[in-house]
Design a protein. Structure first.
Length: 380
């Protein structure tokens, strides 16, 4: 009898110990996930990636660690999408998550479907960057199906609504030739902009660790495709730069949201906020100074001498390729301001010759105007 009592006592203690370990592991997992998301919002990718490695070591957290590793690296890549150095690793992370995808979605838990969808979404995004329409479309369709299945099983799984909204948005804004052929090509995902932003808004409203990430993505999508809602983007970004003042990418998005409304005073205030928050020189601050040239031009304000010197001496070393035309145009403005009309027009012509490589059509318009007239007359 004593043996039975001892057996039950030891069993109860072991169960209690296992529960405590499981509970503690869950708390640690949630804490690491939150810190990874916070580090990304602060622009600290080194810390975020280090924490994903810790997360992979926890029981039952390996695939969540892979998903956040993939998300973090894709977020960093979005600053300079021409960089291909991590492609093999990124595709490998995607495939590790896709391997979780079940043959029968009805019998799979929602978290497994969520991670499956993240793998397909990462593969779709990277394929789109590399111009592989077939893979981008087919994986995009699979991502939407997996996310929808996860949400159907657990409507309270708020986090899944963020990539689901993004997937619907990107699917609905495929290049025109792809959308034209969509009814005839099974691998083109069916987009739905009416669903996309509301899903992302739901993540913002419901709160939780993904709410601020959703605010940034929401603002970015508005700036891309919904200019009539640009003021919303400015408001959301205002809050984000106040909460995460060390992240220069948030500041640059904040500046852009005003510039795209032709609200140059608002843009100037955003630049000053960035200047007061970010002192360390980087490619991000270089882009901030390029914006400052444009803003002062539209405000008919003189260029400070130190800003002129900085822009004229700046090279594209370390800058993403999409900034090349931006820098040339800014240098043209600086030369116009200093009175070197020949140098200015040569730079404006280079911008025009680039053929709008990275989708900044307004640069071409401004460069064409610069060939006809001095865009920035006068000296400081």
């Amino acid at each position: 009898m004593k043996f039975l009592y001892l057996f039950f006592f030891i069993s109860a203690m072991l169960l209690k110990s296992e529960w405590a370990l499981s509970s503690n592991s869950s708390e640690v997992r949630l804490g690491l996930e939150q810190d990874i998301l916070t580090a990304r919002l602060e622009g600290d990718y080194v810390r975020a990636l280090a924490q994903t490695e810790r997360l992979k070591m926890l029981p039952d957290s390996y695939h969540l660690g892979i998903a956040l590793d993939l998300d973090t690296r894709l977020t960093r890549l979005s600053w300079d999408s021409q960089s291909t150095g991590e492609d093999d690793y990124l595709f490998g992370l995607s495939e590790a998550l896709i391997a979780l995808c079940p043959k029968n979605r009805r019998q799979s838990p929602p978290e497994t479907l969520f991670q499956c969808g993240r793998g397909h979404f990462g593969h779709s995004y990277l394929s789109a960057l590399r111009g592989n329409l077939f893979d981008a479309g087919s994986h995009g369709s699979q991502a939407i199906k997996a996310f929808e299945a996860a949400l159907a099983k657990n409507p309270d799984l708020t986090a899944v609504k963020l990539p689901l909204g993004m997937a619907y948005f990107y699917a609905d804004h495929l290049p025109s030739f792809a959308k034209l052929m969509a009814p005839f090509l099974w691998f083109i995902p069916t987009g739905n902009s009416d669903k996309s932003l509301p899903y992302i808004e739901a993540v913002m409203v419901e709160g939780g660790p993904y709410a601020d990430a959703a605010r940034f993505i929401y603002s970015d999508l508005i700036m891309q495709k919904a200019p009539e809602r640009m003021q919303e983007a400015s408001r959301e970004l205002e809050g984000l730069v106040s909460r995460y003042p060390s992240n220069p990418r948030l500041h640059l998005a904040h500046i852009s949201s005003y510039a795209y409304q032709n609200d140059w005073r608002g843009a100037y205030s955003a630049v000053k906020k960035m200047d007061g928050s970010i002192q360390q020189a980087s490619p991000f601050t270089a882009v901030g100074k390029i914006w400052k040239i444009y803003i002062l031009k539209y405000l008919n304000q003189p260029l400070p001498r130190d800003l002129q010197s900085y822009i004229l001496e700046q090279t594209t070393d370390g800058l993403p390729r999409w900034t090349e035309d931006w820098l040339m145009l800014a240098q043209g403005l600086a030369n116009d301001f200093s009175g070197d009309r020949n140098a200015a027009t040569a730079l404006y012509q280079q911008v025009l010759d680039s053929g709008n490589r990275f989708g900044s059509g307004w640069l071409l318009e401004l460069a064409a105007e610069g060939l006809d007239t001095n865009l920035y007359p006068g000296k400081d």
